[in-house]
Write a protein that binds this ligand. Sequence first.
Ligand SMILES: Cc1cc2nc3c(=O)[nH]c(=O)nc-3n(C[C@H](O)[C@H](O)[C@H](O)COP(=O)(O)OP(=O)(O)OC[C@H]3O[C@@H](n4cnc5c(N)ncnc54)[C@H](O)[C@@H]3O)c2cc1C
Length: 378
Amino acid sequence: MMLTMVQPKIVIVGAGPSGAACALSLAKRGGAEVIVLDKSSYPRVKVCGSGLSPHALELLDRLELRARFADRCVHMPRLLARGPEGHEVQLAGREGAWVVPRVEFDNALITEAVRHGASFREETKVTALLRDADGTVRGVTTEHGDLEADLVICANGSPSRFSIDTHPTQGIRTLMGWWTGVALRRDEGVMIWDRRLAGYYLWAFPEPGNVFNIGLTIPEHAAEATHLKPLFEALLDEHFGAALAGAELRGKWMGHPATVTTRIGDIAEGRAMWIGEAARLVSPGSVEGISFAMESGVIAADVIAKHFDRDLGLTLPQRAFYRARIVARMLPKFWAGEAFARLMRSDRARELSAKMLDPQWFASKASRLVGSEPAPPA
Ligand SMILES: Cc1cc2nc3c(=O)[nH]c(=O)nc-3n(C[C@H](O)[C@H](O)[C@H](O)COP(=O)(O)OP(=O)(O)OC[C@H]3O[C@@H](n4cnc5c(N)ncnc54)[C@H](O)[C@@H]3O)c2cc1C
């Protein structure tokens, strides 16, 4: 008699970079039925600077996907960083960053996961995790009915409504828009740590098609966060007035909350895992989240492939192992990001930096944050 092994059924909630990278990694390995659900219809616009750091590019290499974006990105080898005291430095990485609009990036990732065998159900909003009487996750409730699963992966971004992490969140508010005809260099991103943004920044990144995305990030509890639109208008006028003089706004300004962190809380149960921004894996200071989203998806897939048992779920040591891998890979970077944000909003540190040090000091701090180096003279 031939025994047939029943494959575990894994439901992933959210097809952003975390959910898609996880689905792709799982599908490539085989051995599980992978179903991705997203409330949106793809391709969908995502409020994001769409900047792919060198770390994100490394992840694309691991997923064997970088080449796919090579002629669909804007290469951004240089970054102009302006500090709260007006210090201005140019940073350049060994390879720099890429900008691939999220509408295209996310769609390409999930399409690749489907090509490798994952199934994708769009316009399927998950409204709750389905739990047994003893609290064990048994699937999800969607607007179209319940879906049972052996394991649920929450990759639903911010705000993560299914999170089991009870610690207070560190929320960042954002507002951004897309413009054509902006008079800025197209091989350079701009980040401006204006003091009104309380340690955070205004950015301008070039996108393909002669487009720039420009936006702001600010801690949700900052004094200026209560009136974002007038603040954005004032900042645009002050920092990009000349560059935007002949530009045309495409569509409306859009905002989306981001959740950053300096600690990793509960991110796994016996039959559920949290990845990406649903697990708050976004760096304070830079608000970089795409790389950590993909990396956590890959790590989760690796833990599942090696350790997940359909009958037992994830044991306590396996959950601790997953969390430990995330902590080791990400927490030092998050702490560095938080230290930078604190420095940028601290009057005393800013005064010191203005008096004692010089733009080189700001260059060294900012370059650590964005993974670049001060640029050689042009
Ligand atoms: C304004 C802004 C600018 C940013 N700029 C950058 C940048 O330049 N570079 C960078 O690295 N990071 C940036 N980030 C952070 C980055 O966008 C996120 O960290 C990243 O998208 C997280 O990926 P994710 O897959 O975890 O979640 P998401 O990309 O948010 O994807 C979650 C998905 O889940 C779906 N979903 C949500 N709820 C449900 C539900 N109930 N049922 C079904 N589906 C659901 C959503 O439709 C979405 O497709 C920025 C963030 C913001 C807000």
